[in-house]
Design a protein around this ligand. Structure first.
Ligand code: SF4
Length: 360
């Protein structure tokens, strides 16, 4: 493959095929920099120079989960000494804290608590909404929707409608992991399958609920499987246009069952991280934004991904605990002052945005 020619073609409007994406992921030498430079040009054309971020706070209502996904270091059994379940008073206290911090978004995803039903998820949204009427609620994911719906005997569409009525502003596109069932069988056998994830995302989009799109890569899946995943995201976006951004989530391995039983690699390499961003920027030509996840990558690598196709730094993430549970450090909070330093070092302005990418 002539990488230089292909990159020229892509910049001229050629849509990357799956085979070409696989070939680009296989580049190991200095042509990696050619690929990132081409992705950076596309980023500049699409989004200009601004590096955006959202002021947000996480709210994990419980870490008690019926599942035991192999890549997850967050979930606990009810009997574990460090398990938690916040009651309504605690949720209200956290929301009030978020309000005081001037966040524009509360992001809430939790474990699948054995006692939770569809009503539980709707009630949590209603509590947040009543405590902070002006804050956008970015919540749940297709797994939680499927779980709540099943527990309450609702269809997933009904569950989404009830959640929207209770205050859901947009839904997290997590629980996607790798959208290939054989991989899901290995890393998260208790989760919904690929078809169900796609169906619930499409239902949300049809109801006017925007979602993010994610990929959790680096736990041992093949390059072809990563590309298969990207192709599903591109296909859905082609039909709905309701993905706000694509968020690559690099596998944080340290405390995860998969890694501890030698069933996963120690995460993606730096080259793989950079290429995931760059190839995604080219392949997902119909997704406006790519988010550099400092929580997963660390601040230095997150900055480099802003030179490889990403235009967004995600959230301030007060109270992040999912990546921390898997062994990541420094995930608690990133001050906009530090984000400004990261962006300014690239000669780019930092701009605050809403969840749906309106600049503030
Ligand atoms: S990833 Fe989610 S569903 Fe899986 S074990 Fe962790 S909290 Fe539970």
């Amino acid at each position: 493959m002539d990488v230089t020619q292909l990159l020229r073609d892509v910049q001229g409007g050629h849509r990357l095929t799956e085979e070409e994406a696989v070939d680009l992921f296989k580049v190991h030498d200095r042509q990696v920099w050619e690929i990132t430079a081409a992705a950076d040009v596309l980023r500049e054309r699409k989004n200009g120079d601004a590096v955006t971020f959202v002021r947000n706070q996480n709210l994990n209502v419980t870490n008690i989960c019926i599942n035991a996904c192999g890549f997850c270091g967050f979930s606990r059994r009810e009997s574990d000494p460090d398990s938690f379940l916040h009651d309504e008073t605690a949720v209200r206290r956290k929301v009030a804290q978020a309000r005081d911090r001037n966040v524009t978004e509360i992001c809430t995803v939790s474990g699948l608590h054995p006692a939770f039903t569809g009503e539980s998820y709707v009630d949590i949204l209603a509590v947040i909404r009543s405590e902070a009427p002006g804050i956008h609620i970015h919540a749940s994911n297709p797994m939680e929707v499927a779980y709540g719906a099943r527990k309450s005997g609702w269809t997933t569409r009904e569950m989404l409608e009830r959640m929207k009525a209770a205050g859901l502003g947009s839904m997290c596109g997590t629980a996607a992991e790798i959208l290939v069932d054989s991989v899901r069988e290995r890393i998260c056998p208790g989760k919904i399958d690929t078809a169900t994830w796609e169906e619930i995302i499409r239902e949300a989009h049809a109801l006017g609920i925007h979602t993010t799109a994610t990929i959790m890569y680096g736990s041992g899946e093949s390059i072809e499987e990563r590309v298969e995943h990207l192709a599903i995201i591109r296909r859905i976006q082609e039909d709905t246009g309701m993905f706000t951004e694509f968020v690559p989530l690099s596998f944080v391995h340290m405390n995860t069952p998969l890694f501890l039983r030698n069933a996963a690699t120690a995460g993606a390499t730096g080259r793989e991280d950079i290429l995931l961003y760059a190839v995604a920027r080219m392949f997902l030509d119909n997704v406006d934004h790519i988010q550099s996840s400092w929580v997963k990558l660390g601040r230095k690598m997150a900055q480099l991904c802003l030179l490889a196709g990403a235009d967004d730094l995600g959230g301030t993430m007060y109270e992040e605990s999912i990546s921390k549970g898997a062994g990541a450090t420094d995930t608690d909070y990133l001050d906009p002052g530090e984000m400004h330093r990261i962006a300014a070092d690239l000669g780019r302005p930092l701009r605050q945005r809403t969840t749906l990418y309106t600049l503030i």
